[in-house]
Design a protein around this ligand. Structure first.
Ligand code: PMT
Length: 396
């Protein structure tokens, strides 16, 4: 629950993306946020108040003169209760009114009266977004300290293609979580490896492992949310990069080694989460091996470079963190890897059911000793790991 106890007013304005705000309420609620929805009159033409009331478990406010507020000051009462006002979707009209400081409906008045931060996720036709008037309003809002999320580019409800789509609810959720995350790694450059590597046998076959990339991607996301500038060198996995993270796609251990070495000079912290193949195929076939060629084809293996050990041995090495997946003797094996690779911190995971799940069990080993973390989703463990790294690097 990454937003436990956070009070968020979600403003919904008139636009077809209003239907996605319903999913956003659900996602915010699942993370423990207390969501109060306020809609403009325009928004009610797209989605009913009943939808948001059912999803948030609270009456929805649309009217400044709502009789449910005994003191007739909905704009003050609602904004004072909030840690954050989030407006998604934010129409061009809402942005224009907010940039001007108008207070002509409940949401605009609440935004003007707020004493908490404001995040807005624009959604509009691409011509409206590109219009100089909208761009002037965006610049004014940014100058006023408003954080703008997106918009994304792509196909629009009107059939046109371009910038102006609202970010997906999961992306907005990520931005909200990032907003509340303490910036423990502000300005730090963090380089992370994740996922498996794939060592080709021939053009269509290879040796790989079952790393899904989930743990490494969770670490990348947590580091980014803690204010770091994150580069993620990723083996082949099935999902997209966390928002705000630069991803470099690689396939083999040699590719991963080259990408890391090209980036490492500017890294303050290096975290090796990838399950890198220890060996690659020395006699890789140029053409697909044929079964009827006679006999079982011999596969010769040759050792891959140890990326983590090599980074740790650099003259100006970043703070290095390793991972160790073990099915037994976790402490002994993880500590041995930490010593062999000469790194200050290693995260051991006891892998009994293979890789790939959403949860994990981590034990951190450093100079100060052994720090077991409670079994938890990888996102939670990643945040705890980042806090641990921030503590250790803060002391350097
Ligand atoms: O991707 P998931 O499904 O979420 O699973 C996550 C994970 C289990 C793969 C991850 O948490 C993990 O433990 N990764 C390390 C796996 C491992 O045991 O690696 P290793 O013992 O081969 O290597 C130890 C460390 O050296 C690791 O940090 C590894 O990235 C690094 N290494 C290893 C070999 C090599 N040639 N280069 C390296 O940099």
């Amino acid at each position: 629950m990454e937003l436990q106890g956070k009070r968020i007013v979600l403003g919904v304005t008139g636009g077809i993306a209003a239907y996605k705000a319903a999913e956003l309420v659900r996602l915010l609620g699942k993370q423990g946020a207390d969501v109060q929805v306020a809609m403009t009159e325009g928004a009610t033409h797209f989605v009913t108040t009943t939808t948001f009331q059912a999803l948030s478990g609270k009456p929805v406010f649309t009217d400044q003169w709502d009789a449910r507020m005994a003191n007739a000051m909905a704009h003050i009462d609602l904004s004072r209760q909030a840690d954050l006002i989030l407006v998604a979707p934010a129409s061009a009209d809402f942005m224009a009114r907010t940039a001007q400081g108008l207070a002509d409906d409940l949401l605009a008045t609440m935004v003007l009266a707020r004493n908490c931060p404001l995040l807005i996720a624009p959604a509009m036709n691409r011509q409206m977004w590109e219009n100089p008037a909208t761009q002037r309003n965006v610049a004014q809002l940014v100058a006023d300290g408003v954080q703008i999320l997106g918009p994304a580019s792509g196909e629009q409800a009107c059939g046109e293609v371009g910038a102006g789509r609202m970010l997906e609810p999961a992306e907005i959720l990520d931005a909200v979580i990032a907003f509340f995350t303490p910036k423990l790694l502000a300005g730090k450059q963090v380089l992370i490896t994740a996922g498996p590597t794939f060592e080709a046998i021939d053009p269509v076959r290879g040796i790989t492992n079952l790393s899904s990339g989930r743990m490494g991607y969770a670490v990348a996301r947590a580091a980014q949310q803690a204010g770091a500038l994150v580069t993620l060198v990723s083996g082949p996995v099935g999902f997209s990069a966390p928002q705000g993270v630069d991803r470099i796609n690689v396939r083999s251990a040699l590719d991963m080694h080259a990408a890391v070495m090209a980036q490492v000079a500017r890294a303050d912290i290096f975290i090796g989460v990838a399950a890198v193949a220890d060996y690659r195929v020395a006699n890789r076939a140029a053409h697909k091996l044929k079964k009827d060629a006679g006999g079982i084809p011999p596969i010769e293996l040759i050792e891959n470079p140890d990326i983590l050990a090599e980074v740790a041995a650099l003259e100006n090495a970043p703070f290095c963190v390793g991972f160790a997946a073990e099915s037994q003797n976790l402490e002994a094996y993880a500590q041995a890897k930490r010593r062999r690779k000469k790194i200050p911190l290693i995260a051991g995971n006891l892998i009994q059911d293979g890789f790939g799940g959403d949860d994990n069990r981590l034990v951190l080993f450093d100079d100060a000793g052994v720090h077991p973390l409670n079994p938890a989703p990888k996102s939670v463990l990643a945040r705890q790991l980042i806090e641990h790294i921030a503590n250790l690097t803060g002391k350097n």
